[in-house]
Design a protein around this ligand. Structure first.
Ligand code: DGJ
Length: 532
């Protein structure tokens, strides 16, 4: 009896202790650069965001039950979800962190990291997430004025009261985050959403006009490789003058919000861009003006240095366009991060192309169950169909995420996706070339897959050892020295468990005589090669 009692007491004390034990503070996530490559460092090591962005109105506690199961199906490790200014500051200066707190604790229970999207002054170029008390005072929190002198559906970047209010709210949000998240559940914050303006190219108010007619700041000219001393924006930038002017104004605004938040809590911060056509850019007016489109990235870098990343929202499905965007945003001064993209089967493979450019994260948009219809009786299609293309990628990469992120940061990893009409690609690894081919039959002639779905990553573990993971392709190795031939020493098929490659079997014979074949099942191989 005594024994039972004291055990119970001990257990209760233990429980009490566990409940009150302070949470161990983890290092603040940060971006690191090494020999021109970037990594997002989380818990002290490179991390790859296998992300999914929730729908715009899913960031409410009542909706979260429709979000988490989708993340689980996807095997995503990061949820991108909005924090709404209108919810966070319902009355001037009164902040409500209940929604933020609910998202944090539910994410932690599921071991999911978060990227929070600050839907503040700008959301897709408009001010729709400003609190009601601001919307009711449009004279104070004023809009862009169009060419006809009428207010547009876009906040003016020159509205000082709006800027001050946003800074006040965003810093309150970051302060709360710092206090509530020693676990670093939140690994990045997006400042605003697709900032800029649709319709008018800039603010045409008299005050803005005066600035447009004045000298361009020296920092902008320098960033854009222009001669110093231009008398005004038109003279400096010609047909792109209005877009450049608005980019400077919007970037300055967003940069001030970001800097104030970062001073409170130095998490990695980014802004996202609604793109222009990367191959055949239309004239100003055919795309959102003022955001970090590819033509004005240097202006954003100069005017908003507190932002660590400017990131493309890629809703293009033409392979050449998609790949061009990746190239444009993968810069020496900018880590590649895709915070939004469509989750369609036709573009899912470009996740691998992004990996090939050391992307720190990839996050298709709208992947929760708030819009998806449940399966209809008798229907053969699965309600998860819209998740499946992304799930295929993450099923393969999630168990090996830390290795992939580390190998990529170390410059040991290359990754590619199939393009129609290109049946083979060669990846150079010093003394070895990895030849990736698509749609090869047994006789070894590659003809391309019926639909271009092939994708693969190859990482060099040692001089003569490689890790390979992919779908719908064949990989072989050839020595860079043309006088030598390759032989496989050992081809191990394995399964990643708890972040480590676990040997399953040696592949040989029919499985390797024509090269290393990757089909529709997630497959990871560790391969040792030699020459003869
Ligand atoms: C891009 C925006 O950034 C998202 O918030 C969302 O509106 C999508 N477009 C379209 O659904």
């Amino acid at each position: 009896m005594r024994k039972t009692l004291s055990l119970a007491l001990l257990a209760a004390c233990g429980l009490g202790l566990a409940q009150t034990a302070p949470v161990k503070e983890r290092p603040i996530p940060r971006l690191e650069k090494k020999e021109g490559r970037y990594a997002l460092v989380v818990d002290g090591a490179p991390f790859l965001m296998l992300g999914a962005q929730a729908n715009n109105s899913s960031g409410w506690p009542a909706m979260l039950a429709k979000v988490w199961p989708a993340l689980e199906y996807l095997r995503a490790n990061t949820l991108e979800i909005p924090i709404y200014w209108e919810q966070f500051e319902p009355r001037p200066g009164q902040f409500d962190s209940t929604v933020l707190d609910a998202i944090l604790s539910q994410a932690r229970q599921r071991n999911i990291r978060l990227v929070l999207l600050w839907f503040g002054t700008y959301k897709n170029g408009s001010q729709h997430y400003m609190p009601e008390w601001m919307k009711l005072e449009p004279e104070r929190y004023f809009h862009v004025i169009d060419k006809n002198g009428r207010p547009a559906d876009s906040p003016s970047p020159f509205a000082t009261a709006s800027l001050e209010a946003d800074i006040h709210a965003f810093t309150a949000f970051m302060r709360r985050l710092k206090a509530a998240d020693p676990q670093r559940t939140v690994i990045m914050v997006q400042v605003e959403n697709e900032p800029g303006t649709w319709g008018p190219l800039r603010d045409y108010s008299p005050a803005a006009q005066k600035l447009f007619d004045a000298a361009v700041p020296a920092g902008v000219l320098k960033a854009m490789n222009k001669e110093p001393g231009s008398p005004n924006w038109q003279a400096a930038f010609g047909p792109e003058a209005e877009v450049c002017f608005h980019a400077w104004a919007v970037a300055t605004y967003v940069g001030k919000v970001a800097a104030a938040g970062k001073a409170v809590y130095p998490l990695p911060l980014y802004a996202n861009a609604a793109l222009r056509d990367p191959l055949k850019p239309g004239a100003p007016g055919s795309y959102e003006s003022g955001g970090p489109t590819d033509n004005v990235i240097p202006i954003w870098k100069a005017a908003a240095p507190a932002l660590d990343v400017v990131a493309p929202d890629i809703y293009l499905s033409e392979p050449a366009q998609y790949l061009k965007v990746l190239e444009l945003y993968h810069r020496d001064d900018n880590p590649l991060f895709i915070p939004e993209t469509s989750g369609g089967a036709n573009v899912a493979r470009f996740f691998f192309s992004a990996l090939g450019l050391q992307a720190i994260g990839f996050s298709p948009f709208g992947l929760d169950y708030t819009r998806a219809r449940p399966a209809q009786p008798g229907s053969t299609s699965s309600p998860d169909e819209f998740l499946e293309p992304t799930a295929r990628n993450y099923r393969l990469i999630a168990p090996m995420m830390r290795d992939v992120a580390r190998l990529n940061f170390d410059g040991k990893l290359q990754a590619v996706a199939e393009e129609k009409g290109k049946v083979a690609q060669t990846l150079a690894f010093g003394a070895w070339n990895a030849v990736v081919s698509y749609g090869a039959a047994r006789n070894n002639r590659a003809v391309g897959n019926p639909e271009p779905t092939g994708r693969v990553l190859v990482a060099q573990l040692k001089d003569n050892q490689f890790l390979i993971a992919g779908y719908s392709c064949r990989v072989d190795f050839s020595p860079a020295d043309p006088n030598k031939r390759r032989q496989f020493l050992r081809v191990e098929e394995g399964k990643y468990e708890n972040g480590a490659f676990k040997f399953l079997r040696i592949l040989n014979g029919d499985q390797t005589d024509w090269g290393l074949n990757f089909g529709s099942e997630p497959t990871a191989l560790r391969v040792s090669v030699a020459t003869y």
